[in-house]
Design a protein around this ligand. Structure first.
Ligand code: SAH
Ligand code: SF4
Length: 443
């Protein structure tokens, strides 16, 4: 979601004559787009600000150029006033729902600087619909893969999570608004679209005709009305994993065989304390049904270890779920106390070293599973959308249908011109822990 937001910030500022630069030294405007989900991510912001302050002062001294330093995203939303207090060098602070106003904020900051004063702009409003209305007027980039936000925010209030507070309550964009953006991407030649939302499968956008659209119906409609060859969606909640959506995985060719479905923990006691609204049995039933609908589906998930009250026995239940499901890849984290969330105040916090040991054990198993999934791809031929240039000019990187990164050395720059940005068949030659290497199967 932050990548999507950053791309939209680039879009709105492009209309003001700004373009992206590789180094902050050249930048008239530096935006830190921040994440508040875990403490580590949030703390990083302050060290980044410190580094950028030095650069900003150097630039002012050397070239007499004034640059604007802005902090956006969820840390800004949650700690805006504190950032302004702790880091007076920051000129603008804005949340995830107000970045469409970047042009106005930047102009205001410039004017204040011209007048010889220090800007202290703070804009952390949470009204989502105005943002999308404003962003829809802007253009799209020329990439072959794109994100498309259909839903934002969350009303589920898992007891560890800041999202409902920083992104705000659940919001589904209207059907026609989503379709308008989808057609823009389609016309720009996008081949792979990822529908985005903090709880994307809770999507329930209304149409002008007063009909409610589910995510499943939206995917079917996109498959019918666009040239998208690949449709993905992320992130899903088990509670909203309907039979209708599971059926889409079996019936719609464009719906990719990959599902990110976080379970967080393997014991009913812990998922209940997390307020997850599902049980381990209901999660396992979904996995079984999805695999029935699409036997080759790659499964992914999120895990939190060391949630308050988690015993060794509870953790072993997480390990059991992991072994039973057999993931193609997954994300796993130590529980991080987040200010303002219920679990942060509970007394039965788990010691850091215990969390670290559990994480190591879990990641060891998840890494083995990912490696086995990758190894099983060797010898197969699969379509890969070559979307990035790698380390060398002839190295191209793309994704398999199962979200694995696949890399190829085409050895000849003329071949790069022919296949870059295309969906090509690749024969997988070898597998690594995090990626595959293949060769082109040219027709
Ligand atoms: N809406 C999605 C996840 C959004 S947050 C869902 O419900 O599955 C992304 C992931 O960050 C979560 O799935 C969770 O695993 C992790 N996370 C969120 N809050 C956390 C915290 N306080 N400590 C550690 N991990 C956390
Ligand atoms: Fe956070 Fe996801 Fe739970 Fe919402 S459902 S509170 S985003 S973890």
């Amino acid at each position: 979601m932050n990548v999507y937001d950053t791309e939209r910030m680039v879009d709105v500022m492009a209309h003001e004559g700004y373009s992206v630069t590789d180094t902050p030294d050249d930048a008239d405007l530096v935006v830190l787009n921040t994440c508040h989900i875990r403490e580590k991510a949030a703390e990083k912001v302050y060290s980044d600000i410190g580094r950028l302050r030095v650069q900003k002062e150097k630039r002012a001294k050397k070239d007499g150029k004034q640059s604007i330093l802005a902090v956006g995203g969820c840390v800004a939303q949650a700690e805006g006033a504190e950032i302004q207090k702790r880091a007076p060098v920051v000129d603008m602070v804005f949340g995830p729902q107000t970045y469409h106003r970047l042009p106005e904020m930047t102009k205001e900051a410039d004017a204040i600087k011209q007048a010889g004063e220090r800007p202290r702009i703070l804009d952390t409003d949470l009204s989502v619909s105005e943002k999308f209305e404003s962003l829809s007027k802007k253009g799209v980039s020329n990439k072959k893969t794109a994100f498309l936000t259909v839903q934002e925010g969350c009303d589920k209030f898992c007891t560890y999570c800041v999202v409902p507070y920083t992104r705000g309550g659940e919001f589904s964009r209207a059907f026609e608004d989503v379709m308008q953006d989808a057609m823009k991407l389609n016309d720009a030649g996008v081949l792979e679209v990822t529908l985005l939302g903090q709880n994307v499968n809770a999507y329930h956008g209304m149409s002008k005709a007063g009909e409610e659209w589910s995510l499943a119906r939206m995917i079917r409609h996109l498959a019918d009305t666009t040239d998208f060859e690949r449709i993905r969606y992320t992130t899903s909640h088990p509670q909203d994993m309907t039979d209708e959506l599971i059926a889409v995985h079996g019936e719609i060719e464009q719906c990719m065989p990959y599902l990110h479905l976080p379970v967080q923990a393997g014991s009913d006691k812990i998922v209940k304390a997390m307020n997850r609204h599902h049980t381990i049995a209901s999660y396992m039933k979904i996995i079984e049904d999805v695999r029935k609908a699409r036997p080759d589906i790659a499964l992914s998930g999120d895990f939190i270890v060391g949630f308050p009250g988690e015993t060794d026995a509870d953790f072993q239940e997480t390990m059991k779920v992991v072994r039973d499901v057999n993931y193609a890849q997954a994300y796993s984290f130590m529980y991080s106390e987040r200010p303002g969330t219920p679990a942060a105040d509970w007394e039965d916090q788990v010691e850091e070293h215990v969390k670290a040991e559990r994480l190591a054990e879990l990641q060891d198993e998840l890494n083995k599973q990912q490696r086995a999934f990758n190894d099983a791809s060797v010898g197969k031929t699969m379509p890969v959308l070559l979307e990035r240039i790698g380390k060398e000019a002839t190295h191209l990187v793309g994704r398999s249908p199962y979200m694995q990164a696949v890399y190829v050395d085409v050895k000849d720059v003329n071949v790069v011109d022919r296949v870059f940005g295309q969906m090509v068949d690749m024969k997988i030659e070898s597998a690594g822990p995090r990626s595959l290497k293949g060769e082109l199967v040219l027709k």
